[in-house]
Design a protein around this ligand. Structure first.
Ligand code: 7TS
Length: 405
């Protein structure tokens, strides 16, 4: 098994001969070379278990502390708040939703959860699981802007019944940014716990938990040029939920299992770099995104979902008349451009994008969504090349569909 794996190198695939353009950064991102270098010593030199009592264990502690400090600073967490290492945003989201069930819903009159129709499947499916245990869950529709506003949430919350509101900070398909400060404040005023999935917000917009009153916040390092398999769950001081993983006393007993030290240290640096590069993200990445978006909109019968001003600077969800999303992804891929139909987690299905359904967009463009997502590593040359490839692909696919009529 080992030899098979080590024998496969990307160089053996013929795809490597073509210059590829990666526009699927909402699925995952390239690891920043500085992050990769910072992680390396923890595989071969300082590989001790941080919970061991000998030097191999203890020599890792200062590096983990630096990473932790960077994570606290990155979201402006308070000193007494908790920051728990997880393997990914999926784990963090499961921990919050199931944790609130065990801590509150099972033991009180509060037995309702409110979330949205456009959350990531890890939130939706965790909620569906709790529905089977008798929890009432409301999946809120989005408004005509594609987001949840305070008015919609006000209609649904009930201070006596609602245990948790879980609403993403930014949507993975559209990039639409939800008004987390207002929504969190509303929950706080009504004594309701508020969770936000910030997987698509970190590194793209400012995330500040002192400014926006959230009780739980989750993210994954690989969405902001950190490693895969590393994530974080922020818990405000004083809020209590049980761990999802029981076992040893790692993370103060809040998440058992030996910590992936390299991943944790890499995530800390990735966070610091993400914050440092925020200005670049909202100016240069946005400029390139807008250039690409303008070019797509200059093609006849195309649409982009959501107003630019309320989207993360890197994301475009477009639908193109006469071109199915899957066919376009396939054609673009063949020509060196990586895009997606939406969430890679749902890419096996040919269902319309959840946002189209939630926004009630049901016209002839509805099934043709493709998502293009940039990063700070995307270059102008790549965008120019992508524009040319997209134009040709759309033309080709439209001519095929016309000739089939
Ligand atoms: N939450 C949001 C908002 C996400 O976009 C994703 C991944 C997750 C949670 C899960 O992250 P993980 O690291 O636990 O897997 N979203 C996508 C996507 O849009 N395309 O591929 C993965």
């Amino acid at each position: 098994m080992f030899s098979i794996l080590t024998n496969i190198t990307p160089l053996e695939g013929n795809f490597i001969l073509m210059e590829r353009i990666y526009l699927d950064n909402n699925a995952t991102t390239i690891v920043d070379p500085a992050v990769k270098s910072a992680m390396e010593p923890f595989f071969s030199q300082m590989y001790g278990n941080p919970n061991s009592l000998h030097d191999f264990g203890s020599e890792v502690h200062p590096y983990m502390q630096i990473a932790l400090d960077r994570l606290y600073a990155g979201i402006n967490a308070g000193n007494n708040d908790d920051m728990i290492f997880t393997s990914c945003a999926t784990e963090g989201n499961n921990t919050v939703i199931k944790g609130v069930y065990y801590e509150i819903i099972r033991n009180s009159e509060k037995n309702e959860i409110i979330t949205t129709q456009v959350e990531h499947p890890c939130v939706i499916h965790s909620c569906k699981f709790l529905e089977e245990l008798g929890v009432k869950v409301s999946y809120l529709p989005v408004n005509s802007d594609g987001i949840i506003d305070k008015d919609i949430l006000t209609e649904y919350i009930d201070p006596d019944k609602t245990a948790l509101v879980s609403i993403m900070w930014a949507n993975n398909e559209t990039g639409l940014i939800f008004p987390i400060k207002e929504l969190g404040t509303l929950c706080r005023e009504n004594g309701i716990l508020f969770h936000t999935d910030a997987a698509q917000a970190i590194g793209k917009i400012k995330v500040d938990v002192q400014d926006a009153p959230v009780d739980f916040l989750t993210f994954s390092a690989h969405k902001f040029h950190g490693p895969k398999g590393a994530g974080c769950l922020y818990i405000r001081n004083g809020v209590k939920i049980p761990p999802l993983l029981h076992g040893g006393e790692q993370m103060g007993g809040k998440r058992a299992g030996t910590v992936d030290t390299a991943g944790f240290i890499g995530m800390g640096l990735a966070m610091e770099l993400a914050v440092e590069n925020l200005d670049y993200e909202v100016t240069e990445v946005r400029r390139l995104r807008d250039k690409l978006e303008d070019a797509i909109l200059s093609i006849k019968d195309t649409r982009v979902i959501g107003r630019r001003e309320i989207r993360t600077p890197n994301t475009i969800l477009t639908s193109i008349k006469g071109v199915e999303g899957e066919a376009l992804i396939w054609d673009l891929n063949k020509n060196g451009v990586a895009a997606s139909t939406g969430s890679a987690c749902a890419s096996e299905s040919l269902e319309p994008n959840p946002t189209f359904v939630a926004m009630n967009i049901d016209d002839e463009l509805a099934h043709t969504g493709i998502r293009l997502s940039l990063s700070r590593f995307t270059t102008e040359k790549e965008i120019d090349q992508a524009i040319s490839v997209i134009r040709k692909s759309v033309e080709r696919l439209r001519s095929i569909s016309m000739s089939n009529i």
